[in-house]
Design a binder for this molecule. Structure first.
Ligand code: HEC
Length: 189
């Protein structure tokens, strides 16, 4: 445009030749700080992408959602224990939070008599499919809670409490075959 307009501009600023409805463009290199921000953002996004991918492993976002749902379900189960609800134990037996802590308790409190692999010894075998005092999970819970009078099987209710015993039952179930246990429990009725 005209040289007069160029004079009004800050020092060092050049305008492009063309004009769109009287609007003109600067014709300048982008400032260094601006370019650095742009390149910095590009590098950051690439690095961030790699770190994110690396740390989340091969887990896809749907797997992550699923594992979080499992966590929520575990919390729901733990906060609403109904010891007469057989389905609750079966659900718990699928969740490692419960079976792992049940296993620890079993190994420290029960394995001396029932064996490290539940194969029995002084106490009954707990994986042979035979349930003298009932095969339903709620009956197993009750056997552990109340014990069996005049045998080596003491009442664990006051020592261990409700929550720990449900975890132990969940662990015992996880070592048994669900279909045949459900069948034996149904036969008892
Ligand atoms: C001092 C040994 C001893 C310890 C420790 C012990 N038990 Fe027992 N348990 C027995 C004996 C003996 C029996 C068999 C009772 C009977 O004669 O009916 C038994 C029976 C059982 C039964 C019934 C099995 C069935 O066929 O119905 C279950 C379930 C059981 N125990 C679980 C446990 C759990 C869980 C623990 C740990 C908290 C535990 N026991 C600790 C000795 C023990």
């Amino acid at each position: 445009m005209s040289n007069e307009e160029q004079k009004d501009l800050p020092k060092g600023v050049v305008l492009k030749e063309h004009s769109y409805d009287g609007i003109q463009e600067y014709d300048q290199r982008l400032p260094r700080w601006w370019l650095l921000t742009l390149y910095g953002a590009i590098i950051f996004s690439a690095v961030f992408f790699m770190i994110d991918k690396y740390y989340s492993g091969s887990e896809s976002s749907s797997e992550r959602v699923e594992s979080e749902l499992r966590q929520i379900n575990a919390i729901r189960l733990a906060s609403s224990i109904d010891v007469s609800d057989n389905e609750m134990y079966w659900e718990m037996s699928q969740i490692s939070t419960f079976t792992e802590s049940g296993e620890k308790l079993f190994q420290s409190t029960c394995s001396a008599c029932h064996g490290a692999n539940l194969e029995g010894g002084i106490g009954f075998n707990l994986v042979d499919g035979e349930w003298i005092h009932g095969a339903a999970p709620s009956e197993i819970y009750q056997t552990i809670y109340d014990g069996v009078p005049n045998t080596g099987m003491q009442a664990w209710g006051t020592t261990l409490g409700q929550k720990r015993i449900t975890e132990i039952v969940a662990f015992i179930l996880s070592k048994n075959d669900e279909t045949s246990m459900r069948a034996s429990a149904a036969q008892e009725q």
